[in-house]
Design a protein around this ligand. Structure first.
Ligand code: EPU
Length: 416
């Protein structure tokens, strides 16, 4: 598995263009199943999670090409086939296949989803919602078998706010007879982006971005070309990279509103941030102080997907900070590794207590999940001396050639 060799100590300087959002692209690829015409996703980075999601579609008969950065999916000859464990074990997003496959073929057999080990990630909310709408589900040890005859109820209340379950049920209902009311929906920008994509294909959906979504089922969806939203988590990671190294970093191709909670936290540290229409610039070139307390919760609160990176930043801020994660309460794989670098962090339940230190020291650390892995990259950029980061494959799941982007800003990272 690839490793990163990082020489720390450089203040990052320059401009970086933010890629399209991984968590927007994955459900959009699944949503392409709903249409027999071609779907083109513009400027689609080949995150490994994108490649693995495409592998599932290929197995079902999708013809997929990649040209000039655009991903083209032709699902005309798709068939419903067993999506086995080899295809699902590495990605949580495999669960998104259920909604669109059921909508198009009325049955699906699929193994359980995998993904980063960041705490319990059940699928009950998804399954319960499908069952409410009349889907019969047989849960076997290795796979699920789902069959849909006709709608039992046309109203779903999600027991938990879930991004994936909201997306899955929107995809299931939008190509179905009837009007569906979904309540307690996730309000994340990626949900809105999926809905915008589906609407572009001809779907009729109201209320995305609020707790209550209404889906007016249609008979057919048509070919389309779509540009997903910029990745707010990559953008946030790059802002934190600017802050932790005391550098000046400008982001292009961002939707600043999606970064509001992070910008608010970073301003508390004393970092200067200027926001324009689609750019955000950070100047972290002064002694930054603790931001106090941050709690990761569903959007528009602070995102769990930036919790690890913020924890890395807190290790070198002047003073004590606390970071809690109410979404994935065990998402702290990065903490023992940061402590190896000289950080002072203790964990109690879902909260990291961080005492800022003057210096982090480069050493050998190991990525154990995507965001925790990139948090180690950020800490290594700040650390005195060199670091080696193993298991870079985790980072590649959701950052495309991140070392090249950071090196353009002056970092010294080699992929070995
Ligand atoms: N949950 C359940 N049962 C369910 C579904 C969710 O208990 O059936 C719980 C989860 O365990 C978690 C909470 O509900 O505690 C929220 O999970 P959610 O379903 O919203 O997460 P997800 O859809 O599986 C997406 C992103 C994650 C991101 C979360 C939260 C994708 C592919 N993944 O996951 O992204 O952390 O929403 O915003 O969109 C990442 O990119 O690093 C990542 C993990």
């Amino acid at each position: 598995m690839a490793e990163f060799y990082v020489k720390g100590g450089t203040k990052l300087q320059g401009t970086v263009k933010i890629d399209a959002s991984k968590n927007a692209i994955l459900p959009i690829i699944a949503g392409s199943i709903l249409c027999t015409g071609k779907v083109i996703i513009d400027d689609c980075p080949l995150y490994t999670d994108v490649q693995k999601t495409c592998d599932i579609l290929k197995k079902l008969g999708s013809k997929i090409t990649y040209e000039n950065g655009n991903l083209s999916l032709d699902n005309k000859d798709l068939k419903t086939k067993y999506v086995n464990n080899d295809l699902t074990k590495d990605i949580r997003a495999s669960i998104f296949m259920i909604g669109p496959i059921l909508a198009r073929f009325h049955k699906v057999k699929i193994s359980y989803p995998g993904g980063c080990q960041i705490g319990r990630r059940g699928i009950k909310v998804h399954l319960h919602a499908f069952q409410t709408l009349g889907v019969k589900i047989k849960k076997k040890k290795k796979f699920l078998k789902c069959k849909y005859n006709k709608t039992r109820l046309n109203e779903v209340y999600f027991d938990n706010v879930s991004v994936g379950a909201t997306e899955n049920l929107i995809m299931f209902t939008c190509l179905n007879d009837g009007v569906y009311k979904l309540h307690n929906c996730a309000k994340e920008p990626e949900v809105i982006d999926l809905v915008n994509f589906l609407i572009k294909m001809g779907a009729k959906i109201e209320g995305a971005g609020t707790k209550d979504i209404t889906v007016y089922g249609v008979k057919k969806l048509s070919a389309t070309e779509y540009r997903p939203i910029p990745d707010r988590i990559m953008a946030g990671t790059m802002l934190i990279a600017g802050a932790i190294t005391g550098g000046k970093v400008k982001l292009e191709n961002v939707i600043p509103k999606h970064l509001s909670s992070l910008i608010n936290v970073l301003r508390k540290t004393g970092a200067k941030i200027s926001v324009k229409k689609d750019t955000v610039e950070i100047d972290g070139d002064k002694n930054l102080i603790s931001f106090g307390k941050v709690v990761a919760r569903p959007y528009p609160s602070f995102p769990t997907d930036l919790q690890s990176q913020l924890t890395a930043l807190a290790t070198v801020l002047d003073g004590k900070s606390t970071v809690s994660d109410k979404i994935f309460s065990k998402r702290f794989n990065h903490v023992p590794e940061l402590n190896k670098m000289g950080a002072k962090i203790s964990i109690e339940k879902d909260t990291a207590y961080i005492e800022g230190v003057k210096t982090l020291y480069g050493t050998h650390v190991c990525a154990e999940d995507l965001r925790g892995g990139v948090a180690l990259v950020l800490a290594s950029l700040k650390a005195e001396g060199s670091s080696v980061i193993s298991n870079v494959a985790f980072i590649d799941r959701g950052y495309y050639k991140i070392e090249e982007k950071l090196n353009m800003l002056g970092a010294d990272i080699k992929r070995v």
